[in-house]
Design a protein around this ligand. Structure first.
Ligand SMILES: [Ca+2]
Ligand SMILES: [Ca+2]
Length: 130
């Protein structure tokens, strides 16, 4: 038997395709949103992927899972940004969503939409003070 209330579970996206944060910001909050419906429980895993920014040096890598209960449509991934006193170019890392799954009784789940990842640019704050 189908639960009529779980036929439009929606899908996941990262709200913005890029984020820019100064390296002294302490952290960056990546918003994960649920679009197209709020029925039932859906979940998605996430991880940071280093590009020119180095894990442990420029940011603290995170990995985990977000669980959206029925009616929930926004959650945040928080990544700690590490400051230094080195003059350097802007550096980047990615946050990716993967392995989206629907809970029990949920049908029509599409997983992730057109924005399953975002690029975070860390801007240096040491270049201007000489
Ligand atoms: Ca700095
Ligand atoms: Ca710096």
């Amino acid at each position: 038997m189908l639960w009529a209330s779980c036929v439009t579970p929606g899908f996941f996206e990262i709200e913005h395709s890029s984020y820019v944060v100064p390296e002294n910001a302490g952290q960056v909050q990546i918003s994960v949103i649920r679009l197209g419906g709020k029925d039932g429980q859906i979940r998605v895993k996430y991880k940071t992927v280093a590009r020119s920014a180095a894990a442990q040096t420029d940011f603290l890598p995170v990995e985990g899972e977000l669980v959206f209960e029925e009616g929930e449509d926004r959650k945040f991934i928080v990544v700690q940004i590490l400051n230094d006193n080195v003059r350097e170019p802007a550096e980047m890392f990615e946050v990716q969503l993967f392995d989206a799954k629907a809970g029990r009784g949920v049908i029509n789940f599409r997983g992730t939409g057109s924005k399953p990842m975002t690029v975070v640019t860390i801007q240096d704050d040491d270049s201007e003070k000489i």
